[in-house]
Design a protein around this ligand. Sequence first.
Ligand code: PLP
Length: 226
Amino acid sequence: MPSIAENLESVRANISAAARRAGRDLSTIELIAVSKTYPADVLSEAVEAGQEVFGENRVQEALIKIPELPGRLRWHLIGHLQSNKVRKALPLFQLIHGVDSTDLARDVDRIAGETGHHPRILLEVNVSGEGSKHGFSPEILERNLELLLALPRVQVEGFMTMAPLAPDAESSRPYFAALRELRDRMSEKSGIPLRTLSMGMSGDYQVAVEEGATLVRVGSAIFGAR
Ligand SMILES: *Cc1c(COP(=O)(O)O)cnc(C)c1O
């Protein structure tokens, strides 16, 4: 079985090849190693192989794991965030990917006002309208974007999506392309760059890079099956 270091090396090589195919600058793409369910000593192997950005999907798990690892690492919250976990999440994470409703964005903003944080967030979009129950529909996002961008504390940096589960990577392409197109339109309309596109997991990150992902969230291709 290949080591975590070897897996990381192949994932990075694949990202770089996909960027080249799409004529994209590799420096605009960041690999987030999704470390949910893996213990700190497994993550250490990835850290030794040069990985510094990790994605966790549960606040409770991150609270335990983060203090066990070097302070220089950066952590992203990639999963759904519950309102009652916001206060704990704010000091832990540099970027919150899964803000999936206007109410949650308002809660994050209000709590950040109380705790003195300026959270960077991504809005989760349910592009396909199927599968996940989380995420803004493109219509509701469009209707609420002005309000979301005007929140005083949170900084909306872009969008995140999950493609519906499919056996092949190509099936994800239309959803990734749709998220990029939505971003381009919303960015033009608002005059705000919305630079970050978080899309692509172990099964489809290369397609995501070809379609404009700036963050790919890769777990099992690095750490092995959960
Ligand atoms: C678990 C998870 C991933 C990574 O999934 P893999 O298939 O293991 O790469 C990416 N994004 C989110 C939101 C996840 O929950």
